[in-house]
Design a protein around this ligand. Structure first.
Ligand SMILES: N[C@@H](CCC(=O)N[C@@H](CS)C(=O)NCC(=O)O)C(=O)O
Length: 251
C-alpha cells in the first residue's frame, strides 16, 4: 500500500470534498488540521503548499515521477486524485468534459455564493450590530443560492448524478448543498436535489468523508469574547498586507 496522503483541512465543505473523494477512491490518508479561525492558514509551512492561505491542500508522497507532490484548490485536488486513480473522472471525451463543466460550476458558482451567503447569514450577524446593514448582502447571496439550487434541480430532473455517472463533480457539490437548509432554503422546493442528497448520503464513503473533523470546532465563538475577535481578525480582516507579512516569515 502507498504512503498516506496528507490532507490539510478544517471542518469545512471545501475540505469534505477531498475526504469524500479519498474515501471513495480508497486512498490512505492522514489529516493535518489547520485552525483557520486562529490564523494557522498563514503559517510558513502551510503557505509553502497553499499560497492562497486556504484549506484544503494535500501532499501526496507518491506523486508523479516518483516524487512528492503538493496540490492546493479543491477542484485541482479532485482532478489530481481522479487522474491518479482513474476513478470517478472519466478519461474520454465527452464524459470528461461533462464532469469538468459541473466541477467548475461548483468552484466558480456554488462555493463562492454559498460561502458568501453563509458569511452574511451565519457570521456577520455576530459582528455587525445594525441588521439593516446586512439586509442587501443577505438577500443578494440568498437569491444566488436559490438560483443555483434551481439550476441543480433542473439538471437532476433527467439523471441520477450531476454528470451522468457518479463523479468528482457530485463530490464537489454535495458538501455545500447539505448547508442549504441552514441558509434558509426549503429543499421541498427542489425535489430532484433532495433525491440526489439522499442518494449520496446513503453512500458509506460519503458518510465517512463528511464525518472527518467532527471534533474540530465550527460554531462561531461566543459574541463579545476575545476568541470572537481573534476569529474575526483571522478570517475577515485579511488584506494584501496580511499576505505580505506572512510571506516575509517564510524562509
Ligand atoms: N477555492 C478554494 C476555496 C477554499 C476556501 O475558501 N477555504 C476556506 C474554508 S472552506 C478557508 O480556508 N478559509 C480560510 C480563510 O478564509 O482564511 C478551494 O476550493 O480550495
Amino acid at each position: 500500500m502507498s504512503a498516506p496522503i496528507e490532507v490539510f483541512l478544517w471542518a469545512t465543505p471545501n475540505s469534505w470534498k477531498i475526504t469524500i473523494a479519498l474515501e471513495e477512491m480508497e486512498l490512505p490518508y492522514v489529516i493535518r488540521p489547520v485552525a483557520i479561525g486562529k490564523g494557522e492558514q498563514f503559517s510558513p509551512d502551510f503557505l509553502a503548499i497553499s499560497p492562497n492561505n486556504r484549506v484544503p491542500a494535500i501532499i501526496d508522497p507518491d506523486g508523479p515521477r516518483a516524487a512528492s507532490a503538493s496540490v492546493f484548490e479543491s477542484g485541482a485536488i479532485l482532478q489530481y486524485l481522479g487522474r491518479k486513480t482513474g476513478k470517478f473522472y472519466p478519461h474520454a471525451e465527452p464524459k470528461r468534459l461533462e464532469v469538468e463543466q459541473w466541477l467548475f460550476w461548483q468552484m466558480a458558482g456554488v462555493g463562492p455564493m454559498f460561502g458568501q451567503a453563509s458569511h452574511f447569514m451565519i457570521y456577520a450577524p455576530n459582528l455587525v450590530d445594525d441588521p439593516v446593514k446586512l439586509e442587501y448582502s443577505t438577500q443578494r447571496y440568498s437569491r444566488e443560492v436559490n438560483r443555483l439550487l434551481g439550476v441543480l434541480d433542473q439538471r437532476l430532473r433527467s439523471r441520477s448524478y450531476i454528470a451522468g455517472d457518479y463523479s468528482i463533480a457530485d463530490m464537489a457539490v454535495y458538501p455545500w448543498i447539505t448547508m442549504a437548509s441552514y441558509l434558509g432554503q426549503d429543499l421541498g422546493r427542489f425535489p430532484h436535489v433532495s433525491g440526489w442528497l439522499d442518494l449520496l448520503a446513503a453512500r458509506p464513503a460519503v458518510q465517512r468523508g463528511m464525518a472527518v473533523g467532527a471534533e474540530l470546532s465550527r460554531a462561531p465563538p461566543p459574541r463579545g469574547s476575545s476568541e470572537e475577535r481573534e476569529f474575526a481578525v483571522a478570517l475577515f480582516g485579511q488584506t494584501a498586507a496580511t499576505v505580505a507579512t506572512a510571506a516575509s516569515r517564510q524562509s
